[in-house]
Design a protein around this ligand. Structure first.
Ligand SMILES: Cc1cc2nc3c(=O)[nH]c(=O)nc-3n(C[C@H](O)[C@H](O)[C@H](O)COP(=O)(O)O)c2cc1C
Length: 246
């Protein structure tokens, strides 16, 4: 990424995309949803985490190979995180790594408050966030990984909780990041901090990380569109209370 432009190889051709900023309502939702989750964990332990829509979007990739068949789109649920701004990346990575090191060998319930405090220090303030990037770690090296290798254009769909149902599609160009890369190390530190708590699928290794550089944004939040139309509650595009049929 150089300034506002992102270069990527697509089908053997060099393409250039314009970088975009994640919308403020999305960033605020990310902060609020994580802080709510951390509070619930502080009060009731890690077992409180049953769903995490702010952390688990659907990632769509495209199989451009000969065997793609009639349905080349591949979908997978992915744990995705916000990344710190470049000038704060090293600081938050070391503070998460330190919290983990200090917890090593102690009972997970006893160390949970300190681990949560380390995460809260980052997620509490939207100004800590890199507004152009989202990142995740690949575990299984499956179809998603194969597709991203051949075609770095991906789409993420986030859908949040009632009553607002924040929902966004982000089209992005992915960059693979390997162990040692500062973004990979932050994603790893954030994930490892809760690696042994109940809600995580336990993993021994993460072969690579991927940074999604945002190039297109579609606000799919239903009620954001309602203001411009007048539809009764209960109808798609109508005010809150409509989507669940109540
Ligand atoms: C709640 C949940 C979280 C997941 N998080 C990740 C993740 O962070 N990284 C990953 O590689 N796979 C993750 N998976 C697994 C993927 O959804 C999927 O099974 C995997 O990518 C294999 O599918 P594919 O061959 O289409 O890529 C997660 C699955 C679920 C249900």
């Amino acid at each position: 990424m150089t300034g506002n432009s992102i270069e990527a190889m697509v089908g053997g051709e060099k393409r250039t995309f314009a970088a975009m900023e994640l919308p403020r309502p999305f960033l605020e939702w990310q902060s609020e949803a994580r802080m709510r989750m951390f509070k619930a964990m502080t009060q009731g332990g890690a077992g409180q985490v049953r769903v995490q829509p702010a952390h688990l979007p659907v990632l769509a990739t495209w199989d451009a190979g000969d065997g793609a068949g009639d349905f080349p789109v591949n979908l997978s649920t992915r744990g995705m995180g916000i990344l710190p701004k470049a000038d704060k990346l090293a600081h938050y990575t070391s503070s998460l790594e330190r919290a983990r090191a200090e917890s090593a060998g102690r009972p997970i319930q006893e160390t949970l408050p300190a681990r949560l405090r380390a995460m809260e220090a980052f997620y509490v303030n939207v100004d800590n966030f890199d507004t152009r990037l989202l990142g995740g770690l690949d575990i299984f090296e499956g179809q998603t990984a194969k597709n991203m290798e051949h075609n770095p254009r991906v789409a993420l769909l986030y859908t949040g909780e009632a009553p607002k149902y924040p929902s966004f599609q982000f089209n992005a160009v992915v960059e693979k990041v390997l162990p040692g890369n500062p973004h990979y190390q932050f994603l790893l530190a954030a994930r490892e901090l809760f690696a042994t708590d109940a809600f995580h699928v336990h993993q021994d290794r993460y072969p690579f990380g991927y940074i999604c550089k945002i190039v297109e944004i579609k606000d799919k939040t239903p009620f954001a569109h309602a203001a411009s139309r007048s539809r009764p509650a209960g109808h798609p595009g109508g005010p809150p209370g409509g989507l669940d049929g109540k």
